[in-house]
Design a binder for this molecule. Structure first.
Ligand code: NAP
Length: 252
């Protein structure tokens, strides 16, 4: 019998789960006993190996599946493979995301579309691909990684902020539609977290973000992963349609 609080026997997907916030989530869930399917682009296969090398007892519970979340057929195929390999899907963490920052006057149509495709249409594709399995099981946990800027807006990030705000609307709607099937759907909205994504920002922008954050520092990927872990727990079944801020007080 599984210990209370353990994820032993649970199976799920973390998109973009090989590095950054997704890597911390994959690590934490595998350490707590879950089988974790990392969905990523071809380069993420090697990154998943690097992640596995840093795990001790749980390395064998992390598996890589190639899937661009912006392509429905790729999502559908990889989800079917997870079901074939592991027999069920208990959780989905929609974490994969990209940025292409410019003010609206300078933003190209392609930059708008690329960010919406990965950050908003991708989670819709993934949810659509897993939902029938979760409904059949009468159990599921879906966590969407939004962003503080989806709540506040942010200069130069119209595409990203719109996608992350849309993800909150998607979260609440699927939460409503799935409540009777014991499937919870929640969003986590991180502030500025120390990953490759923030390393790509100009130093002045990072310094300004830190100065404006009441906690006076960047967040760590593990601090986001903890909230995701909490929402995935069997005991979090009465929490649905919620948005959890992990932003050091930057936006309240
Ligand atoms: P990251 O280090 O850039 O990692 C993003 C991951 O997503 C990478 O593994 C990337 O793969 C993968 N990915 C990108 N496009 C993909 C696609 N089309 N299909 C599958 N995988 C794809 O970013 P992060 O900072 O950890 O961010 C993770 C999530 O948190 C994102 O949704 C981001 O918007 C959100 N977030 C981050 C922050 C922050 O401050 N870092 C704040 C708020 C919200 P590759 O490695 O191959 O590119």
């Amino acid at each position: 019998m599984k210990e209370q609080g353990s994820l032993q026997g649970r199976v799920g997907i973390v998109t973009g789960g090989a590095r950054g916030i997704g890597g911390a989530i994959s690590r934490m869930l595998a350490d707590d006993g879950a089988e974790v399917a990392v969905f990523g682009l071809p380069a993420d296969r090697d990154r998943t190996e690097t992640l596995r090398a840093r795990l001790n007892g749980s390395a064998s519970r992390v598996h890589f599946y190639e899937a661009n979340v912006g392509e429905y057929e790729a999502c559908r195929r990889a989800v079917a493979q997870v079901v074939a390999d592991h027999g069920r899907i208990d959780f989905l963490v929609n974490n994969a995301g990209i940025t292409a920052d410019h003010t609206v006057r300078k933003m190209t149509v392609e930059e708008w579309q690329a960010v919406l495709q990965v950050n908003l249409t991708g989670p819709f594709f993934m949810i659509k691909a897993v939902l029938e399995t979760m409904v059949e099981q009468k159990y599921g946990r879906i966590v969407n990684i939004s962003s503080v800027v989806g709540e506040s807006g942010n200069f130069g990030q119209a595409n990203y902020a719109a996608a992350k705000a849309g993800l909150i609307g998607l979260t609440k709607t699927v939460a409503l539609e799935m409540a009777r099937n014991s499937i919870t759907v929640n969003a986590v909205a991180p502030g500025f977290i120390e990953t490759e994504m923030t390393k790509a920002m100009p130093t002045a922008a990072i310094e300004s973000a830190i100065a404006q954050t009441p906690k006076q520092r960047l967040g760590q990927p593990e601090e986001v992963a903890h909230v995701v872990r909490f929402l995935i727990d069997d005991r979090a079944g009465y929490i649905t349609g919620a948005v959890y801020n992990v932003n050091g007080g930057w936006y309240m």
